[in-house]
Design a protein around this ligand. Structure first.
Ligand code: FES
Length: 177
């Protein structure tokens, strides 16, 4: 029989070992949760995802279908990696086939403030509707306020298939050497 105020040695040992077990279990659980939350962040910081190479080429169409000196707007999708997200974006290019079959592809935005321009068949020029900049079929500024020619994509031909690379910013005319 156990007297009040006196402890039972066996029960105290049981209580202590049970308390130790709970302490170890709680710390173990806390460590596992911390690892589960912290490990992905650590991996993200130490091993960021590889961005796709910037010089990726995209096939946009067959130039055999294009009439010489008659610009056509071609639509394509470009995939890029932003952090962990892979984003597929729709983009366009104004493609002009020269009389010599040489192909030029212009970026779709006016070099003034970035509006979308279009080809004016009657004028034989690209017209930006925002502030009426005009560009010739080879991308040069005919009338401002656009400060520089149209930007151009890198181009490559695979047979009659046109591939586009990076969009390259056209230099300001006064910066040309
Ligand atoms: S954005 Fe094209 S002329 Fe201004």
């Amino acid at each position: 029989m156990v007297l009040p105020g006196k402890s039972n040695g066996g029960a105290e040992v049981d209580g202590t070992s049970r308390r130790n077990f709970y302490v170890v279990a709680i710390y173990g659980l806390w460590g596992a949760i911390s690892a589960a939350l912290g490990l992905p962040a650590l991996i993200y910081l130490l091993f960021p995802p590889k961005a796709k190479k910037g010089d990726e080429w995209i096939e946009v169409g067959d130039i055999g279908r294009l009439a010489p000196l008659s610009p056509v707007e071609l639509t394509f999708r470009r995939t890029r990696v932003d952090g962990w997200k892979v984003i597929s974006e729709k983009s366009t290019a104004w493609v002009v086939k020269g009389a010599d079959n040489q192909v030029t592809a212009f970026g779709p935005q006016c070099t003034h403030l970035g509006c979308a321009y279009h080809w004016e068949e009657g004028k034989g020029q690209f017209l930006c509707p925002c502030h009426t900049s005009l560009f010739s079929s080879d991308g040069k500024v005919v009338a401002g306020p656009a400060p520089r020619p149209l930007d151009r994509y890198q181009t490559r031909l695979n047979g009659s298939k046109l591939l586009l690379g990076k969009l390259q910013e056209a230099p300001h005319p006064e910066k040309k050497s």
